[in-house]
Design a protein around this ligand. Structure first.
Ligand code: ADP
Length: 545
């Protein structure tokens, strides 16, 4: 016997319809590429998304054709997203910070038929145009601009197009398992790989991400997704925001600390989301200008480990609760998020802090396990002690990569994340490293993350990374790459002393390399691969021949 309840497919169009019907006047505030602001609302976003769906329809595209976007977080990009996925096409977000070779690869691999771009990326698009012959239409996400037309005669302008098309569009009743959007991993090893989300996975992810024990979104919030829409769909925030009807501030191209402080203060943002490097910039700027970030109730940090002193700084100096979350492109991205339980209320502040600093527990809809190898043959104890290979399964986890027929899963159906973590009996997960960043010294593992967390707590260090350097006796030893604050005269010996009594002696780095800048990649994460190439042999050079 099956239940007698209605069946409605879980579709992205239903999110924007909901926002239009029940939150039409809730503000969407957007910074344009020229720095000017546009204030619109969900009702208008929904109307324009329908106009844009009509534009795409007029191109003769068919269900599941791919439409690429290279754009910042702004209102036109948001409208185009709903127009694309809502009408049954696949929204392929491209990270402009990757290399041109990767851009060409991704557009061709995805077989994109239309490419939408922000003015800022005109040169990027022109530089790859000849190498992406299957793209039939190029749309600049802006008003008509004579200069752009001169440089790119076949370009179409978004504002012209939507002005020419009707706001009436019947969203198609698609199968909920149809593809809705496509993101490529950043390809630190080999070519980027496509992860193809479905309507169903996206809507279920939106429910989970909005919950109080996740990002904690409600219709009373004004959220600021600093994480770009080209980075795992801005962690799904544009979908969750429509679902709960919260207001959004879209920060456009200016992601420096000063610009973000200004947006938060001026528009009274209640919750902001981004990677640790963004929050470091924000903290510095807030201290400098004396802002107390008064409206900010909470912020979400993910994409890389949150340094413990960052949690403390937000709490102690800004009364802002920092939520640490973990995920990856392959997991939509939410895989774990750190909120305490009722039973933790009795813990003292330092114990609470220790718990909160981990990556958190899985929301309903995904499961985690830690295994002794990547194949998942033996599961480790859930005792929070022994690190192992972190694996995940659930409604919004990748099964196979785009256009690749073989599964990306273990034989028993789990996805191996490439992260090394512990898991305790309540499901609190703590990443100790990425498997490729672990340091193996004389047969013992050392966590680079643990060493980084100690170093970054030093008030005179701005940014740090620990990598494995090849060692003639121990195979690998940790070395610390550090960027000092401007006025600092800190020495190597002082930093190494700083490790004393905080960690076992044999785990203390062998060397400190001071640098002017630490390289970060397209999603704001430190490029450890580049650091290993530059400094991985430094301990060999020190050994006498
Ligand atoms: P890429 O693998 O190209 O960096 P993703 O954005 O998908 O692209 O990154 C996912 C990885 O980022 C995870 O596997 C993990 O190593 C790291 N990561 C994400 N969030 C956290 C976190 N809160 N703490 C530590 N590492 C994290």
């Amino acid at each position: 016997m099956i239940g007698n309840m209605m069946f409605q497919p879980l579709l992205i169009s239903s999110l924007i319809e909901h926002a239009a019907l029940y939150h039409a006047d809730t503000a969407i505030i957007s910074k344009n590429t020229d720095g000017s602001m546009t204030e619109t609302a969900w009702g208008q976003i929904a109307q324009n998304s329908k106009r844009f769906a009509n534009v795409l329809q007029s191109f003769g595209l068919t269900v599941s054709d791919r439409v690429a976007t290279i754009a910042w977080n702004n209102h036109r990009h948001l409208e185009s997203w709903y127009g694309i996925s809502g009408s049954g096409l696949v929204c392929h977000t491209i990270n402009p910070r990757l290399f041109p070779e990767q851009h060409k690869y991704m557009v061709n691999d995805a077989n994109d038929k239309v490419l939408i771009f922000d003015k800022t990326f005109l040169n990027l698009v022109l530089s790859i145009k000849e190498a992406i012959p299957y793209v039939e239409h190029f749309i600049c996400l802006d008003a008509y601009d004579e200069d752009i037309l001169q440089a790119f005669p076949e370009v179409l302008f978004y504002d012209d197009l939507i002005a020419q098309h009707s706001e009436h569009f019947e969203w198609p009743e698609l199968d909920e398992t149809k593809a809705s959007s496509l993101c490529y991993t950043s390809g630190t090893t080999g070519n980027p790989k496509g992860v193809l989300y479905s309507h169903r996975s996206t809507v279920l992810h939106s429910y989970a991400a909005s919950l109080p024990d996740s990002f904690h979104f409600s219709a009373q919030d004004r959220i600021l997704p600093v994480v770009p829409m080209f980075h795992v769909n801005a962690w799904g925030t544009p979908y969750s925001a429509a679902m709960v009807g919260c207001s959004m501030v879209l920060p456009g191209p200016m992601l420096d600390g000063e610009s973000l402080v200004q947006l938060i203060d001026e528009y009274e943002v209640t919750n902001a989301l981004g990677v640790p490097t963004i929050w470091q910039g924000l903290l510095n700027a807030a201290y400098q200008c004396g802002s107390k970030l008064e409206s900010l109730v909470r912020n979400v940090v993910g994409g890389a480990a949150c340094p413990p002193n960052m949690l403390k700084a937000f709490k102690d100096d800004f009364q802002c609760e920092t939520i640490h979350a973990w995920g990856m492109t392959e997991t939509s991205p939410l895989g774990a998020v750190n909120q305490l339980k009722a039973k933790h209320a009795a813990l003292d502040d330092s114990e609470k802090f220790k718990l909160r600093f981990a990556q958190g527990r899985p929301p309903y809809g995904v499961s985690l396990r830690v295994c002794q190898d990547e194949k998942g043959t033996a599961e480790s104890a859930r005792d929070g002690q022994l690190p192992g290979h972190l694996q995940i399964k659930g409604h919004w986890i990748v099964e196979s990569y785009f256009d690749q027929f073989n599964h990306a899963l273990t034989q028993d159906g789990w996805f191996d994340t490439g992260d090394i973590a512990t898991l305790d009996q309540d499901g609190y997960m703590q990443i100790s490293d990425r498997s490729k960043d672990l340091i193996k010294s004389g047969g013992e593992w050392i966590s680079s993350v643990e060493l980084e967390n100690i170093a970054i707590a030093h008030p005179e260090l701005d940014m740090v990374a620990v990598i494995a350097a090849t060692h003639p006796k121990w195979d690998e030893r940790p070395i610390l790459i550090a960027k000092k604050s401007a006025a600092s005269s800190l020495s190597e010996a002082e930093i190494l002393d700083f490790y004393a009594n905080k960690i076992a002696k044999w785990q203390i780095p062998d060397k400190v390399v001071f640098v002017d800048a630490i390289p970060v990649g397209g999603t704001g994460k430190i490029l450890k691969k580049d650091l290993r190439e530059a400094y991985g042999s430094i301990l060999l050079a020190a050994v006498p021949a």
